[in-house]
Design a protein. Structure first.
Ligand SMILES: [Zn+2]
Ligand SMILES: [Zn+2]
Length: 457
């Protein structure tokens, strides 16, 4: 399937590069990409060192003090006006370069509470106090790659400032993994104390081949809802179950029965997942506890599917309790992330840019990411955005895994090991071109329009 997409992409490439190069006022993509690459040859050793330093010193959500300081220093050195402490540990960096739109570029700052097992020479051995426990921390989602791309893009755009006009708004967001950092920045006046950008861009590194970019118009990532179900029974001796109401039994039934919401209530062709990832009940084998607490996550793309899943979960939990003669369970849905939905017009233009710049290495995603992303907060706040995916894995490693019918360790695995070069270079090329494509003084938007018409896709 991958091959099919590549061929389709390749067919449009030759035409696109010449069209965009010739269009009046549009960005000359081949010439600009060549200039970006020249700059990258000079700045790459610095980006590599920055990446490895951040990778070795990961920090958890809202604790990214060292990371934020490092990025603030980088951006000040480039001439950005930097404000720290936005949304607790976030930062906003602004760069004015003549009249034109304001374009936001976002990176995340945070890492994950897990031990790194990649064996890389720059692997993390860091720990942080997390929920009262000293916990291993690792950049297992690749946010360190995003930070290196973010700094590299800022440097590139400053170096090439004769080629665009407008304002850059680079933001570094805390606590993406807690699905609350974007909201913290918006609530702290990101779009009022500073300004509301005309366009927004972000990327995420994943398990596509390194050197590739993957794109999609419309829905890009899933809705995510957190779930707590507390069953209350009546505890007692494990040998006398008849005088108790067993919450472990209710929990066990619920875990199995709730999957029928997925298999029997939801349209099989629509995406939806319910996962119970945490079961907490009792301490001793011979004691029936009073309560059982289940924690889970719910994913969907479509708002109607989402509502159906939430309703089905509540109904199933109540039914289990009723069957056991127990009080109503407490079902709580926590604030998760909404789906990231790419803006149609900006996507058209951006996809045209990526195809012209990367040819067959720019691939259409067949379906959105199952994971979710709190970048959606900026979109909900009214910033038309384009969010795309960056390849991170050595194609040889991918081929080996494919031959063995296994998959490579992905984001959130302790073994996730994106290849920094060329992932960071590709990210800087793509992000710089996308930003510049929205900051062309005359006929801005022409690249995408022309590309979309001629490619016929
Ligand atoms: Zn993540
Ligand atoms: Zn992530």
């Amino acid at each position: 399937m991958r091959t099919g997409i590549r061929r389709a992409a390749l067919a449009g490439v030759a035409a696109l590069a010449t069209i965009s190069a010739g269009a009046a006022g549009a960005l000359d993509i081949p010439a600009t990409k060549a200039a970006i690459d020249q700059g990258l040859d000079r700045q790459y050793p610095h980006l590599d060192a920055l990446y490895k330093d951040i990778h070795k010193h990961p920090e958890l959500g809202f604790l990214e003090v060292r990371t934020a300081k490092t990025l603030a220093a980088e951006m000040r050195a480039l001439g950005f006006e930097v404000t720290e402490g936005v949304g607790k540990t976030g930062l906003v960096a602004i760069y004015h370069n003549g009249p034109g739109p304001t374009v936001m570029v976002r990176t995340e700052l945070d890492a994950l509470p897990l031990p790194e097992k990649t064996g890389l020479p720059y692997a993390s051995t860091a720990t942080q106090l997390w929920k009262g426990v000293e916990t291993p921390v690792a950049h297992a989602c690749g946010h360190d790659i995003h930070m290196a791309v973010w700094v590299g893009t800022a440097k590139t755009l400053v170096d090439l400032k004769a080629r665009w006009s407008g304002t850059l708004m680079f933001i570094a967001q805390p606590a993406e993994e807690l699905a609350s950092g974007a909201k913290a920045m918006v609530d702290d006046g990101l779009f009022t104390r500073f300004r509301k950008p005309d366009y927004g861009f972000a990327l995420h590194v994943g398990t596509d081949p390194v050197g590739d970019v993957a794109y999609r118009s419309g829905v890009m990532s899933s809705n995510s809802d957190e779930l707590d179900v507390l069953f209350t029974g009546r505890g007692g001796h494990g040998a006398k179950p008849h005088i108790t109401i067993d919450p472990v039994m209710m929990a066990g039934r619920f875990i199995v029965d709730v999957q029928s919401v997925i298999s029997r209530e939801k349209d099989p062709s629509a995406f939806g997942v319910i996962t119970i990832g945490s079961v907490q009940a009792g301490n001793a084998g011979n004691v029936i506890p009073d309560t059982a607490l289940l924690r889970g996550t719910i994913r969907s793309f479509d708002p109607e599917v989402r509502t159906k899943l939430l309703d089905g979960i509540s109904r199933t939990a109540r039914a289990e309790a009723m069957m056991a003669g127990a009080p109503e369970p407490k079902v709580t849905f926590g604030a998760g992330g909404k789906a990231v939905v790419n803006d149609a017009a900006l996507s058209d233009r951006s996809i045209g840019v990526l195809k012209a710049a990367f040819g067959a290495k720019a691939e259409a995603m067949e379906q959105p990411n199952f994971a979710s992303e709190d970048y959606s907060e900026y979109i909900i706040a009214g910033v038309p955005s384009f969010f795309f995916r960056l390849g991170g894995i050595d194609p040889g490693v991918l081929a080996k895994a494919e031959a063995a019918h296994t998959s490579v360790p992905g984001n959130h695995s302790p073994y996730f090991a994106p290849v920094p070069e060329p992932a960071i270079r590709t990210g800087v090329e793509a992000m710089s071109l996308l930003v510049m494509s929205t900051l062309q003084p005359a006929a801005s938007g022409q690249v995408g329009v022309v590309a979309a018409q001629r490619s016929g896709e």
